[in-house]
Design a protein around this ligand. Structure first.
Ligand code: NAP
Ligand code: ZN
Ligand code: ZN
Length: 346
């Protein structure tokens, strides 16, 4: 299948128009025209090789909302014309304990990433969603509810599920005090979900100008971390802290904000390790843990939750020629609150 997209040809290079081939439609595959593709900070990390060597040329993009154009002859889950979503992975082993539980993101053999990796055949380089079309096995795609706008849905396929999953896992509910660190693409979805589940939500942000937006999204409190002394009154205050920051943080300063048996979930993925003092964990029996996206059943559950509660991402829709500028603005924490590429212009 002929595809038109945007690619980085080498590490840290600017992205430019790029034509490539996708695999032919298999009997369990669906083809889609992409409507919108979100820009996740993980795209930026991988182009920059923040996490180690990447594969180039790279067409990034794992927040894909589109419309089915063709189905293989054994496809039963989708029909032509259906609204379809694709996220961070496009396949997995299907047989390990995690896959059988629908937690494909934790596949023992490793999930097959949407880009910057090889397809299941082990030789074809997977190309992501900054493009006009896509091919995917039907088992790894989800249905997009009819009442939600496609541009606001695209970021749910990564940013949305990545916050929904820990919020469900740690049973966020009324009476819980939840902090979201970093109000970016992931963080703003965390605020919306935690507020919808009835928690008392505090945003901890190093961008004081985001206060009114945070409150409009459902946060009850906003604390600027630009002045570290603002954290002092919050010591031993939260049941759950969701850290979505893309850069290194002094994690001890945030662990100290946890109440008895509180949990800090690491979600942001900077390239460098954190330093943690054992004493900070012992005091208050605190937990430090992590969470990675969500499995296919939970992605569908999240979209259905969004449909019921009219939740979508706050987006800035851009044309492909603005991608490089959008990368710079995202790195500078200057995005409200997700850039989404209008794929009709590829
Ligand atoms: P983003 O839109 O750039 O948001 C990150 C936010 O972190 C910024 O808006 C900013 O919020 C805060 N921040 C950035 N630099 C900072 C600094 N130097 N000091 C303090 N705060 C800073 O990024 P994103 O797309 O939400 O992704 C966030 C991170 O999660 C990335 O590392 C990404 O790779 C990772 N990620 C993980 C998963 C997973 O499965 N766990 C999935 C997707 C992405 P304020 O302006 O409010 O301070
Ligand atoms: Zn992502
Ligand atoms: Zn598996």
């Amino acid at each position: 299948m002929n595809s038109r997209g945007y690619a980085a040809l080498s590490a840290k290079a600017a992205l430019n128009a790029f034509n490539f081939e996708r695999r032919k439609l298999g009997e369990h595959d669906v083809a889609l025209d992409i409507s919108y593709a979100g820009i996740c900070h993980s795209d930026i990390h991988q182009v920059a090789e923040d996490w180690g060597p990447s594969i180039f040329p790279m067409v990034p993009g794992h927040e894909i909302a589109g419309v089915v154009t063709e189905v293989g002859n054994k496809v039963s889950k989708f029909s032509v014309g259906d609204r379809i979503g694709v996220g961070v992975f496009v396949d997995s082993c299907r047989t390990c304990e995690c896959c059988l539980k629908g937690l494909q993101q934790y596949c023992v053999q490793g999930m097959t990433g949407t880009y910057n990796g090889y397809e299941r055949d082990g030789v074809t380089v997977a190309m992501g969603g900054y493009s006009n079309n896509f091919v995917i096995n039907e088992d790894y795609a989800v249905h997009i509810p009819e009442n939600l706008p496609m541009e606001g849905v695209a970021p749910l396929l990564c940013a949305g599920i990545t916050l929904y999953s820990p919020i469900k896992h740690w049973k966020v509910q009324p009476g819980m005090k939840v902090a979201v660190v970093g109000l970016g693409g992931l963080g703003h979805m965390g605020v919306k979900f935690a507020a919808a589940m009835g928690a008392e939500v505090t945003v901890l942000s190093h961008s004081p100008g985001k206060q009114s937006d945070a409150l409009a999204m459902g946060a009850h409190h906003f604390v600027s971390t630009k002045d570290p002394s603002n954290l002092k009154p919050l010591v031993k205050n939260f049941d759950l802290i969701l850290n979505t920051v893309s850069a290194e943080l002094v994690i001890d300063d945030y662990l100290n904000l946890l109440n008895l048996d509180g949990t800090l979930v690491v979600i942001g993925l900077p390239g460098k390790p954190y330093e943690v003092h054992a004493g900070t964990l012992l005091n208050g029996r605190r937990s430090l843990t992590g969470s990675m996206i969500g499995g296919i059943p939970e992605i569908q559950e999240m979209l259905d939750f969004c449909s019921k509660h009219s939740i979508v991402s706050d987006v800035e829709v851009i044309k492909p020629d603005y991608i490089n500028e959008a990368y710079i603005r995202t790195i500078n924490s200057d995005v409200k609150y997700r850039f989404v590429i209008d794929a009709s212009s590829f």
